[in-house]
Design a protein around this ligand. Structure first.
Ligand code: OFO
Length: 165
């Protein structure tokens, strides 16, 4: 049985994962409109992934006798500046998600909820991967600079990351 404090904190994480999914969907649409097919495909798939992160939390809370809640979300932005700015936003967002997961881990230990602590380890590992991937992408973008041909190749390249993830 989940104690209220943990249930509320996990419900808060549901909102964060749902927000991630919405933001990445908005990024996918922005990239698609700009003709960046590869980036759009990558972002659509990131958005789907975030939804699975959210669903995993829903199932866990309900399985442990709590009640998973679906909350209202603010609309994500529609403009993301440049590709570089968009991936910087994504990176910052993932760092924020990691901080939130860390806080959850901290709460679970404080109240000696070892089952939740164990459940959260999957998210800890996932965040390491997601932050690393965002960093790799940003490094590539910095290498390209203003080179249009480089951007074309990058858009093709990123499709590979979508297939792998
Ligand atoms: Fe990329 O955030 Fe979920 O966990």
């Amino acid at each position: 049985m989940l104690i209220k404090e943990v249930e509320n904190a996990l419900n808060g994480q549901i909102t964060i994962e749902a927000e991630s999914s919405q933001i990445y969907l908005a990024m996918a649409s922005w990239a698609e409109v700009k003709g960046l097919e590869g980036v759009a495909e990558f972002m659509y798939s990131q958005s789907d992934e975030e939804r699975t992160h959210m669903l995993k939390l829903v199932k866990y809370i309900n399985e442990r006798g709590g009640h998973a809640k679906v909350s209202k979300l603010p609309a994500p932005p529609t403009e993301f500046g440049s590709i570089k700015e968009m991936f910087e936003t994504l990176f910052k967002h993932e760092v924020h998600v990691s901080e939130s997961i860390n806080e959850l881990v901290h709460i679970s230990l404080q109240v000696k909820d070892y089952a939740t602590h164990n459940f959260l380890q999957w998210y800890v590992a996932e965040q390491i991967e997601e932050e690393a991937m965002a960093r790799t992408i940003l490094d590539k973008i910095n290498l390209i600079g203003d080179d249009k041909g480089g951007l074309y190749l990058f858009d093709n390249d990123i499709k590979q990351l979508t297939v792998q993830s």
